[in-house]
Design a protein around this ligand. Structure first.
Ligand SMILES: Cc1cc2nc3c(=O)[nH]c(=O)nc-3n(C[C@H](O)[C@H](O)[C@H](O)COP(=O)(O)OP(=O)(O)OC[C@H]3O[C@@H](n4cnc5c(N)ncnc54)[C@H](O)[C@@H]3O)c2cc1C
Length: 340
């Protein structure tokens, strides 16, 4: 029987008494470092989920529905918090991102074996077959499975105005926002193969398209000629600033004193993982910097799963939700397989 099942049968007080005794007995054989040791060890969970946005909440729901005792820890910084409206997630199209997340949290809250806490996880350690998870408050928790649903951080380039427009008129994905800005005068900030590929993609949504390479173009002759055939100019001037009204782009100015009117700009900024904890635990990363997983969202470290933006460049809420569901289901399946 899993931890939640025990809890239901024993009653909360008995469970806590017995659990404290069990935990206290378990602590001595764990090689917990001195920093972790200085704090009181807390409850044990079947699974701890680090990151409680779309992927993490979906994993929590799958595990909650599987009667698992789960702790979901979230620091409240989802990637899409800069955008006013989220699109292309069926049943939620056009809702505010926080509206979707709030509803998700309410739905997960129905599953009493899932605890949701606000917090920032600063340490994860594997000790034998368990994980010790530490928060910045010093609190620690123990689990059998660990799921990272931690997302990524977009690194804003040092172009004045870029960060102000991010998510409003500087966009990462046409499937999320392209419909709303269709047929507007649109730029692509990029160079080489990326600019060419993105240019061909975005030409689906607008005919007024310009590629800004922000320096000498690295497009090959074939790419230049194809862009020319499709009337997509390539501007190589170095960008000085993006000019906007409350995040809504008006024009781009260049270091050479020129400027051009544009109301939409697509860009793919550099990114980093929201946390280095998976890498510190030994989870392998892909050459692009994502956490490597199999199709069941298992990482290369047994017992550790990852889902959502931290594993793929296909960034959509619906994809994060789907991945979170699979990670939760697979963590539960693995728990069953290991004990049945
Ligand atoms: C500007 C912008 C606009 C977008 N618009 C759309 C759209 O319209 N439609 C769409 O489908 N998709 C959109 N997306 C993509 C979508 O936001 C992501 O695919 C989705 O948020 C990924 O969900 P996630 O749960 O993997 O990560 P996130 O939503 O980024 O959440 C990760 C969570 O983990 C938490 N976390 C990280 N590290 C820790 C830690 N150490 N301890 C505790 N918590 C931690 C973070 O605080 C955060 O709350 C947009 C993305 C961006 C950047």
């Amino acid at each position: 029987m899993n931890a939640a099942g025990h809890q239901a049968l024993m009653g909360r007080r008995t469970f806590l008494q017995q659990f404290s005794a069990l935990t206290a007995a378990a602590i001595p054989h764990l090689s917990i470092d001195s920093k972790v040791n200085s704090k009181r060890m807390k409850e044990k969970f079947d699974a701890i989920i680090v990151g409680g946005s779309y992927a993490g909440l979906s994993a929590a729901m799958a595990l909650g529905r599987a009667l698992r005792k789960v702790l979901l820890i979230d620091a409240g910084k989802p990637a899409n918090r800069f955008t006013p409206y989220s699109h292309n997630f069926i049943t939620h199209d056009g809702k505010r991102p926080d509206e979707i997340a709030t509803l998700a949290r309410q739905q997960v809250a129905k599953y009493s074996s899932v605890q949701q806490v606000e917090g920032f996880v600063v340490s994860t350690e594997k000790v034998e077959q368990e994980f010790i998870v530490g928060l910045d408050t010093g609190d620690q928790f123990v689990s059998t499975k660990l799921i990272f649903a931690t997302g990524i951080v977009d690194l804003m380039p040092a172009i004045p105005g870029f960060a102000d427009c991010w998510g409003k008129s500087v966009l990462h994905c046409p499937y999320c926002h392209g419909y709303e800005v269709r047929n507007t005068r649109t730029g692509i900030l990029g160079n080489g193969d990326y600019a060419f590929d993105f240019g061909s993609l975005i030409s689906n949504w607008t005919r007024e398209l310009i590629i800004f390479t922000n320096g000498p173009a690295t497009l090959n002759e074939e790419q230049k000629s194809k862009l020319d055939q499709h009337h997509i100019p390539v501007v190589e001037h170095r960008i000085k600033a993006l000019h906007h009204d409350q995040g809504y782009l008006k024009s781009i100015s260049f270091e050479n004193g020129r400027s051009t009117m544009v109301s939409t700009l697509y860009a793919r900024p550099e990114f980093k993982q929201h946390t280095n904890l998976p890498a510190q635990l030994g989870c392998e990363l892909t050459p692009e910097g994502y956490i490597k997983t199999d199709s069941s969202h298992r990482t290369t470290v047994p017992g550790v799963y990852a889902c959502g933006d931290n594993v793929t460049r296909l960034r959509t809420v619906s994809n994060a939700v789907a991945m979170g569901t699979v990670a939760g289901m697979m963590a539960n399946k693995d728990l069953i397989t290991e004990t049945f």
